[in-house]
Design a protein around this ligand. Sequence first.
Ligand code: ZN
Length: 306
Amino acid sequence: MFIGIQTDSLSLYARQPKKRSYLALGNRIELYYLVSQLIQLRLSYRQIQQAVLQRKHAWLSKSTISYWARRIHNPLGKVSQFQSGPSPELAYVIGVVLGDGNLNIHGYNAELILAVTDYDFAKEFSASLATILVQPKPYKVRWHPRKNRWVVQGSSILLYNFLSRDWRNLKKWIEHCSRCRAAFLRAFYDAEGSISGRKLSLHNTKKALLLYIQDLLNQHRVETSRLYLHRSKGTALLDPKSGKVYFRRKDGFSFIVRTKSLPQFAKEIGFSIERKQKRLAEAARGVMERTLISNEAIPHSDSRGL
Ligand SMILES: [Zn+2]
């Protein structure tokens, strides 16, 4: 899975406009955020030019500032909408973003791009994103032949800023209520979970995040195994599609849901991805049947003649 933030290529030049010297992307993004803050303070373009010069020693043309302002505002002059109040949809988007663990910026209009192999996953993300960005319809899910993935793309500087904070500062939204919590967990499992037989596992490189997820699962009365090292830094990984070999950059951690908790997980959390959901339902059914049989096999105390 890949989540990126993409933007347009915009020219930005320092002091002497004749000799265009393009600033490094990191600097341009910093300037963009500074300008977006200044615009919200309702400064004039000239005041913004001066403030940027003072703070960042860079000179922005008024046309660049005006172009950015139009990106930041909608035609009615309001900052483009983002429903930042807690909701299951926002919790789902947070889960997907944390599940991948990385947000990349390629430009200015803060585009969120999700590219995944499962259509239903992309569709769920698109619907949640549209809800929190107050769009009348879900974003288009399109097939990207080169990436060999389903792609959803939305754009919001406010959402980008919101999601850029450390995940610990998103807990208020994740834990808002049991629906938000479940939506977050479902998103994370859609992104990083896998199920084969009765083994429902979750992988991520962030140990603290996985411990937190275990805690959330516990609140849904889903028991988990201890965390274990799933793969280690520097080991080789073969991509079966491209045939290329990669080397893992970080240690990964993993845990599984205890078999007896599978029915509870299926009932309260589940997957949006049908392919995984089917396997989960099957595993949960198997566990419930086995529990029924073993309960029947235990004789009642009165029948044991004690
Ligand atoms: Zn809630």
